[in-house]
Design a protein around this ligand. Structure first.
Ligand code: FAD
Length: 340
């Protein structure tokens, strides 16, 4: 290939093209057309990043300085140095060559891999379960307590897709997400795209049925089988489940965390991961406690909005329209010719 092949002028989204990837190094060509990082968004990467501007102009912002990069300029960004893209040329594409690399001996991840740590994960929904499995697979020395208010794990997964669990979509991309921080979506999808998700499913023995519409379901067509396979992965890895426990607070005692529930205090955690979801489906013990607790530690969150909502009616043929999905600004339901 030639590095300048097929340069697009796309004012909506940046193009990230992977040129080379191996265990410790990843090279990308990035084409920006005036795009910048979202307000308040900072990259905080595990990898070091070396950038070279092949054409155009950009300004990188760091916590205490700005760096102007013109054609031919290069810059080395060490892992976990917070930075954001403040400016890229609007009149012509800015072409970056970005080399991401890890320092095998000393990087944080390697240190974490060896370390013996106690971790509390609050919320055993899809996010918490997968985080627990992934962390334990990476480091067998972790002692993980997976804590949930419910009497079992993955209750919302069981209710999803009308019990069939529309588990993913092959066409997962940034443009399909609504939100105030597309840079985060882009970052998250780079770490865990559909291929990575498919690989994870395979690793727990979950076979997928990919429909022509790009929708993805478990091959069994049952949400129950998804939860059963996740449960058995959790058990076989020795992750400790603490159920029927509503976390009410998290406190800090020197460098350790204490997780406080109604009737007990769980002590001496090195790290706490809050994955307690949002308020949709309160009958499944959904709460926003996690967000409120995180705020106590200085975190902030963007406003959340319902995106798919249930319809409550008071007429007796509810079951006939159960599961029907419709797209549209206005939706009317008729019983015979009468609008209800
Ligand atoms: C009816 C329904 C159908 C859906 N269908 C689909 C679908 O087909 N496809 C799809 O992709 N998505 C679907 N979704 C959305 C999907 O289920 C959720 O986005 C996903 O399950 C969220 O996972 P999570 O781990 O972030 O949060 P959750 O699943 O909400 O998990 C959070 C966990 O934290 C626990 N918790 C909360 N507060 C506390 C506390 N204070 N202490 C201890 N534990 C606490 C809760 O009990 C819960 O188990 C559906 C949602 C619903 C409600």
């Amino acid at each position: 290939m030639n590095i300048f092949d097929d340069i697009k002028v796309d004012k909506i989204k940046e193009e990230f093209k992977e040129i080379l990837k191996s265990e410790n190094i990843r090279i990308e060509r990035i084409v920006s057309n005036g795009q910048t990082s979202e307000d308040e968004f900072w990259y905080d990467q595990d990898e070091n990043e070396f950038v070279l501007i092949l054409d155009g102009k950009a300004i990188l912002e760091f916590e205490e300085k700005e760096v102007v990069l013109q054609k031919g300029d290069c810059f080395d960004i060490k892992a976990h140095i917070k930075h954001r893209v403040k400016y890229t040329s609007k009149d012509k594409p800015t072409i970056w060559l970005a080399v991401f690399f890890t320092n095998i001996k000393y990087n944080t991840r390697t240190k974490l891999l060896r370390k013996l740590m106690r971790i509390a994960i609050i919320g055993a929904g899809a996010a918490g379960i997968i985080a627990a499995i992934t962390a334990k697979r990476e480091n067998k020395n972790l002692q993980i307590d997976l804590i949930d208010y419910n009497n079992g794990i993955g209750k919302k997964i069981l209710a999803s897709g009308n019990g069939r669990c529309n588990i993913s979509n092959t066409d997962v991309k940034v443009e399909n997400y609504i939100g105030e921080n597309p840079s985060f979506v882009s970052y998250a999808l780079k770490q865990f795209d559909f291929k990575a998700f498919e690989k994870f499913c395979k690793s727990i023995g979950l076979l997928l049925d990919i429909k022509e519409t790009n929708k993805v379901y478990p091959l069994s067509n049952e949400a129950k089988s998804v939860v059963t396979l996740l449960e058995s992965a959790v058990q076989s890895l020795g992750i400790n489940l603490i159920l029927n426990t509503k976390v009410e607070d998290i406190k800090k005692d020197d460098d350790k965390f204490i997780v406080v529930s109604q009737d007990k205090e769980l002590k001496a955690y090195d790290k706490v991961l809050i994955s307690s979801g949002l308020a949709a489906a309160p009958q499944l013990k959904a709460t926003e406690d996690g967000m409120n607790i995180a705020c106590k530690f200085g975190h902030t969150f963007n406003m959340t909005y319902p995106s798919l909502v249930g319809l409550h009616t008071d007429f007796e043929h509810n079951n006939r329209i159960q599961g029907v999905k419709k797209r549209g600004k206005y939706i009317f339901i008729y019983r015979w010719t009468k609008r209800v």
